[in-house]
Design a protein around this ligand. Structure first.
Ligand code: A3P
Length: 284
């Protein structure tokens, strides 16, 4: 078989599938689909439409690099292949595996207020469960521990945050970012501000183009605010495209009190992330 670092399958028009030169590694619910679709506006970028889940899932990783490459779009020489799998960010082995594939691969991380991210994460899981007619628990039950350190029963006002709740763990950005930094230099990870991307996509895309060393091809006119959706949508070759209705949907309810508790819990963790990244964000 050909060496796995080389492109293999050739289509009739001279394009081939190549390993990604850039990967959007997360964060889950951070705006990863929006970022991927927006990068795809660039003529020199081709993206893997579906999430690949190679570095985070053993059963896929065991299929090897040739399988991974076969998930990629067909590209011309000089075009950049990009894939996004938000599950990579918090996956313990993903940094090491991605580095083994290509230590020079460029990484994009889109972040968002980790408290909002948690609620969005819960909302997604909730929708999936509802679709499959499975039972679900309210967010507050998952987020707050039953044991009461003050011995006052299950009064919500005294219940502590459950540090073991999965969606909360995924919001401890510094824990995961630290692991990526053990395998990649800081300059190789470009951090995109998810809230800024929602408010005004163009400046964030311009910065991403610079990071990826792409010529400036994305224009402010590639975006228009769609009042019905309440988000920016894309314009490409005369066609409008908004993201799926699962993107930018109302969040599951959470009491103000619990949300504030969550914010308080995250404050110290967020600070540690700011130190690692070398910039701050205005999160709750
Ligand atoms: P919410 O549904 O919580 O608002 P991901 O693609 O990583 O799952 O992220 C989903 C999030 O992308 C949405 O979370 C939404 O806020 C955000 N987003 C950013 N830009 C968007 C856009 N132009 N259209 C829709 N959603 C967008």
């Amino acid at each position: 078989p050909p060496p796995s670092s080389q492109a293999t399958t050739t289509a009739t028009n001279g394009t081939v599938q190549r390993l990604p030169g850039a990967i959007i590694i997360g964060v889950r619910k951070g705006g990863t689909r929006a970022l991927l679709e927006m990068l795809n506006l660039h003529p020199d970028v081709e993206v893997a439409k579906a999430e690949v889940h190679y570095f985070n899932l053993d059963e896929n990783y065991q299929r090897g690099l040739d399988w991974y490459r076969a998930q990629m779009p067909f590209t011309l020489p000089g075009q950049l292949t990009v894939e996004k799998t938000p599950g990579y960010f918090a996956a313990p082995l993903a940094p090491e595996r991605a580095c083994q594939m290509n230590p020079a691969v460029r990484l994009l991380l889109i972040v968002r207020d980790p408290a909002e991210r948690l609620v969005s994460d819960y909302t997604q899981v909730l929708h999936n469960r509802l679709q499959r007619h499975k039972p679900y628990q309210p967010l507050e039950e998952l987020l707050l521990l039953d044991d009461d350190i003050n011995g006052g029963g299950n009064d919500r006002h005294t219940r502590r945050i459950d540090p073991g709740y999965k969606a909360l763990q995924r919001s401890l950005y510094h824990v995961h970012f630290q692991r990526w930094l053990e395998h990649f230099p800081r300059e190789q990870i470009h951090v995109v501000d998810g809230e800024a991307l929602v408010r005004d996509p163009y400046p964030e895309l311009r910065k991403a183009e610079l990071f990826l060393e792409l010529p400036p091809r994305i224009r402010p006119s590639n975006f228009y605010f769609n009042a019905t959706k309440g988000f920016y949508c894309l314009v490409s070759a005369g066609h409008d495209k908004c993201l799926d209705e699962s993107k930018g949907r109302p969040h599951a309810p959470l009491s103000q009190r619990a949300f504030r508790k969550l914010c308080r819990f995250l404050r110290e963790h967020n600070k540690r992330f700011f130190d690692l990244v070398g910039r701050t964000f205005r999160w709750c």
